[in-house]
Every structure is written in C-alpha cells, then in structure tokens.
Design a protein around this ligand. Structure first.
Ligand code: BT5
Length: 252
C-alpha cells in the first residue's frame, strides 16, 4: 500500500515494514528520536512481540492481518477525558468491520471488539501526557482479517474471513479503517460528548445483569451502566453505582 486517500490527518505518512517486534514499541522509539507528523501510521506485516494490555501478548499470523499503530497529538484533549481517544479508536474499528460483516459488532470495555462473543480486534492505547492535556497518543490496533486458524490457545478469537468465508484485501480494509478514524478524530475535537453516546450504544453487556470478578477472585453480580470519560466502568451493584478501573474488575 503506498498511499491512504480521503483523510485529513490519519495515514498521511505510512511507514510499512515486513517485520517489527511491536508497532507500538517502534512508534515510541521513533518519537524518542524526533517528533513524528501527526497521523503517522506504523504498520508491520509480521510482529514478533505484539503487545496487549498489562503485559499480555498479541498473536497474529504474518501477512494475514492488520497490526499497526497510529500517532496522534490531541492537545485539545484534557487528561480527565483521555479515554475518549480509546472510544474513538474502538468505534472506528467497529465501523470499519461493519463495512464487511453483517453481524452485530460490540465493544467490550476497555478495548476489545467482539462479534458473536469472539474477539476480532484488540486495541492498545499508550498516552504521553504533558501538563493538563494529552500530548501524544500511540494507538495500536490488531485486527484479524484473513487468519483462518488461531490454534487451541486462542479459542475465542475470530477473523473477518472466518466469518465471511472469503479473504479480504488488506489494503482496502486498512484504507477503510483509517478513513473512519480520521472522521472520528475530527468529531472528538468538535463534539466530544457525542462520542460517549455512540460508544455507550455499542457497549458489550450494557444493561444486562452479569457476573464479574474482583482481583482476589470473589464474584459479584452487577449491571454495566456506561464508561466515563476517564475510562472507568460504571456498574450498578445492589442498587449502588460503582466505578472500576481495569485492574479492579474482571468479566466472568
Ligand atoms: C489487546 O490487549 O487486545 C490489545 C492488542 C493490541 C495489539 C496491537 S497490534 C499493533 C500494536 N502493536 C502492538 O504491540 N500491539 C498493538 P488485551 O485486551 O490485553 O488482550 C490480549 C489478549 O487477547 C491475549 O492475552 C490473548 O488472550 C488474546 N489475543 C492475542 N492475540 C489475539 C488475536 N490475534 N485475536 C484475538 N485475541 C487475541
């Protein structure tokens, strides 16, 4: 892929590699040397050390899927609202998938994209903060496009081609994804609260009584209400509203 079309910012610079350890780590290393043009995309056809959240790994068969990171400078975004950036990335991935798949696509807090309870994409956002605003964001996306087999350790993974029964053009999916993100990024600056409403609508298990775990493995029943701009999951537990960060709650 040589060029991304129809975007203002996202993908104006596209750095493609056959092999990297991690696109997020590579983008961060580049940023330590010199600033990057906003919207720069780092894409690898193969990642040997793809990262997830809290030290997990992202496994992706070489050449089959999209693994990329986008560098953004949302200086307009207050630190207290920083999770809205996660929200727009999840919504962009969701809408890009919907171009190809008729099934319902849900966003599982904080950053998983699910179709029929299976994970089709994961997102890893790393923020660099300065003063009271977000200085730079490295938004990493792993989207399973053409991988057919995920092996026994990833039974809950799926891909677009598994669901569709045919393979897709990776460049075309990339173009679609970056166009969506470009549009949502504009929305984030102009109408930030609208983002909350759309994210809320597509949130997995929202309004459904469900079982959760605390880190010490005790169980409780609660109902997800929404996710606030800081990224805390709001859950109604025994008629009381509680706020959870990523380390404080697990889905059953
Ligand atoms: C994520 O973390 O889902 C974030 C994944 C972000 C990957 C992208 S790829 C480009 C960029 N560069 C990077 O180095 N990373 C980003 P988390 O919610 O912690 O989920 C990780 C878990 O998802 C793993 O522990 C596995 O259980 C599962 N997993 C790993 N690979 C998967 C895949 N291809 N499809 C579905 N699930 C997967």
């Amino acid at each position: 892929m040589s060029k991304i079309h129809n975007t203002r910012i996202v993908g104006k610079v596209l750095l493609e590699f056959d092999h990297l350890e991690s696109t997020n780590a590579y983008a961060r290393a580049l940023l330590q040397q010199s600033p990057l043009e906003e919207g720069t995309v780092v894409l690898a056809r193969d990642q040997s050390k793809g990262r997830g959240q809290l030290g997990t790994t992202w496994e992706s068969e070489p050449g089959k899927n999209l693994t990329l990171s986008i560098v953004l400078n949302p200086h307009f975004l207050a630190i207290s609202d920083q999770f809205r950036l996660n929200k727009i990335v999840a919504l962009s991935v969701r809408e890009a998938i919907m171009e190809y798949i008729p099934d319902e696509v849900k966003i599982k807090w904080p950053n998983d994209i699910l179709i029929n309870e299976k994970k089709v994409a994961g997102i890893l956002i790393q923020n660099i903060l300065k003063g009271s605003t977000v200085h730079t964001v490295i938004a990493g996306i792993g989207l399973n496009v053409n991988q057919q087999d995920f092996g026994p350790s990833l039974l809950t993974a799926t891909s677009l081609s598994q669901l569709l029964g045919n393979t897709l053009d990776l460049d075309e999916v990339l173009q679609t994804l970056l166009e969506r993100l470009d549009r949502y990024y504009e929305l984030l600056e102009l109408y930030p609260t609208r983002i909350d409403d759309v994210y809320h609508e597509h949130l997995y298990l929202r309004g459904i009584e469900s079982m959760f775990f605390t880190p010490d493995s005790s169980r409780f029943i609660g109902t997800i209400r929404t996710v606030d701009a800081q990224g805390r999951l709001e859950v109604i537990v025994k008629n009381e509203l509680k706020y959870f960060t990523l380390k404080e709650i697990k889905f059953a």
